[in-house]
Design a protein around this ligand. Structure first.
Ligand SMILES: [Zn+2]
Length: 292
């Protein structure tokens, strides 16, 4: 593979075709994505994996954060997965390492037909895909071994289009984040690679036979809200805040701002919960999703 920049590699097949970019380590402590990218690069360099058509880019998002095994490159650094506003390349650099990485990576996202950004969650979770829900997205997400798709068409996550998948979408490609499980758990590396090989085969990047048929039957959820710590603080009710995909029903109390109960007026699920202890006012402690 040709190294095009720090932790950015690319290889093209002899046939023209689709451009696929796979990113791991946008958050340095989410190890499955890092291992998947390094393993795919090894397989390509050892000729075990032959890219015969199109282009495959492999990127480690945040090399410094990966080395120190932290989400970001430093305690006050921005989140790389909030560093891709649509007009990034027209803005003045902000001097942060994450901003410099986003600027190096952005042209690859712009040029790709499909971008897969591999993440993991802070708390335990089954694997799930974060992307828009449409037929063209289904063509891609059906290759992944998980049951749920979480769409965020109203930008609840970042308030506006700022993540790798959103940046890709804003520039005409298909952007998908894959939450592969909990950050410390790397037991799904081989499964993720198998799924990627099936996708590569479907996109005609490789000649390998597919090892399983696609699964389009996924439950689709949409982010509708988030829980933000107020001046009164926040604590989860018993049975909530421990993992993604905790189900709540209309009428359930899922937490408390001070003494005030947070009572839900719809059926849904909590996703991306964070321990609220010591979280300052304004911090998000979970997102809330509804089945579509
Ligand atoms: Zn992440």
């Amino acid at each position: 593979m040709k190294q095009l920049d720090e932790a950015i590699w690319s290889i093209s097949g002899s046939q023209a075709g689709k451009k696929l970019t796979i990113v791991g380590g946008t958050h340095g402590n989410e190890r499955t994505g890092v291992e998947v990218v390094l393993k795919l690069r090894e397989m390509i360099e050892a000729d075990i994996l032959k890219i015969t058509g199109g282009t495959c880019n492999l990127i480690l998002g945040n090399p410094i954060a990966i080395i120190i095994n932290q989400k970001r490159s430093g305690p006050f650094s921005p989140d790389l997965n909030r560093s891709y506003p649509t007009d990034l390349l027209n803005l003045e650099p902000d001097g942060s390492y994450e901003d410099s990485r986003a600027r190096l990576i952005a042209p690859f996202l712009i040029a790709s037909d499909v971008v897969l950004d591999l993440h993991s969650t802070t708390n335990p979770s089954e694997p799930f895909l974060c992307c828009l829900n449409s037929e063209r997205h289904e063509e891609i997400y059906r290759w992944f071994t998980c049951d749920k798709v979480l769409a965020d068409p109203n930008f609840i996550t970042g308030g506006r289009s700022v993540t790798t998948d959103e940046y890709t979408e804003a520039h005409g490609g298909i952007g998908i984040c894959y939450e592969t499980g909990q950050a410390t758990d790397t037991s799904r590396v081989d499964e993720v690679i198998k799924d990627i090989l099936n996708l590569m085969s479907d996109l005609k990047l490789i000649d390998h036979k597919k090892t399983q048929s696609p699964n389009s039957k996924k439950e689709i959820f949409e982010l509708v809200d988030s829980i933000i710590v107020t001046a009164d603080g926040f604590r989860f009710a018993e049975g909530f805040g421990n993992q993604s995909w905790e189900q709540f029903k209309n009428g359930d109390v899922i937490g408390y701002h001070g003494e005030k109960a947070l009572q839900m007026n719809y059926d849904g699920m909590t996703v991306f919960p964070h321990t609220p202890i010591n979280k300052p006012e304004g911090s998000r402690v979970a997102c809330l999703a509804r089945k579509v």
